[in-house]
Design a protein. Structure first.
Length: 277
């Protein structure tokens, strides 16, 4: 127990985001009134339909027709360029991120997408999926999957993080597993897909948090409103309501609480979200 506590303290001492956390606190970033006002001021412009030809010509296949995706953002299949996945590529400085949602509005279960038990496998058409490992916490399960697509000689490995207590169109009450999951994604520094079963709200919230944490970690100035405005320019409809927008700040507050050794940072995040966990 003492060894773990010493390791946590050492990690805090070495945190690269300390100076940026101090700047955010000094700028009044964790002000509930300002956060609510900022959400109301967010832009949500849609790309013109003449820049969304693939989307426009396939409306019968589109689950969210009110949120078009431009041709230069939509994910096209490399072996069939006329076909596409209803997902948007989002530009990031380090990572390649795709924001996606399920194609059909129905009760699809995880076991219909991939095998959920460690040591089990399944075939989707000619694609082989093998579950190598499952790790679980209270509100998150991580699946390590081996994937062998048709025509490939080497298999690919990916990790699926499933946050299973986040209700549709809602913010997240307990953000601890969300923060730890985003930390894992940042650490791996790999191409990433953020997917919601029902829309862009929760996936968009996670992407806004991911981008904010990445900026802090790299010592870049963080303005969450500007980040969300920019991301909405890449994928309209991202973050559905003020509750989800507030989740980004609550998660950042917990991250600062876990990482920072600065007394003023600790004081301000505890005032903003005293019970955050």
């Amino acid at each position: 127990m003492e060894r773990r506590e010493r390791a946590k303290e050492k990690e805090k001492e070495q945190w690269s985001g300390e100076e940026m956390a101090k700047k955010m606190i000094a700028s009044g970033a964790f002000d509930s009134g300002l956060i609510a006002s900022a959400f109301k001021e967010l832009r949500n412009e849609k790309p013109p339909l003449n820049s969304c030809i693939s989307f426009k010509n396939n409306m019968h296949k589109i689950r969210a027709p009110d949120f078009p995706i431009a041709d230069d953002k939509i994910v096209k299949l490399t072996h069939a360029l006329d076909n596409f996945i209803c997902a948007a590529k989002v530009a990031e400085e380090v990572h390649s991120v795709v924001l996606a949602l399920m194609p059909l509005e129905c009760s699809v279960t995880l076991q219909q997408i991939f095998p959920i038990l460690s040591g089990t496998f399944a075939n989707h058409g000619k694609m082989f999926l093998n579950n190598k490992k499952v790790d679980s916490t209270v509100a998150m399960t991580a699946y390590t999957l081996e994937i062998l697509p048709d025509g490939c000689s080497n298999s690919l490995f990916t990790t699926v993080y499933h946050l299973h207590n986040w209700k549709q169109k809602r913010g997240l009450d307990n953000v601890g597993d969300l923060v730890s999951t985003v930390e894992k994604v940042l650490t791996t520094n790999e191409n990433t897909v953020l997917m919601s079963m029902n829309g862009m709200g929760r996936a968009g919230t996670m992407l806004a948090l991911f981008t904010s944490m990445l900026h802090v970690q790299k010592g870049k100035e963080v303005n969450t409103k500007e980040i969300v405005d920019k991301l909405r320019g890449e994928r309209c409809g991202l973050i559905e309501n003020a509750e989800q927008y507030g989740t980004v700040y609550r998660a950042m507050a917990l991250w600062f609480k876990n990482k920072s050794t600065d007394e003023e940072v600790q004081k301000k995040v505890n005032e903003f979200a005293p019970c955050v966990q």
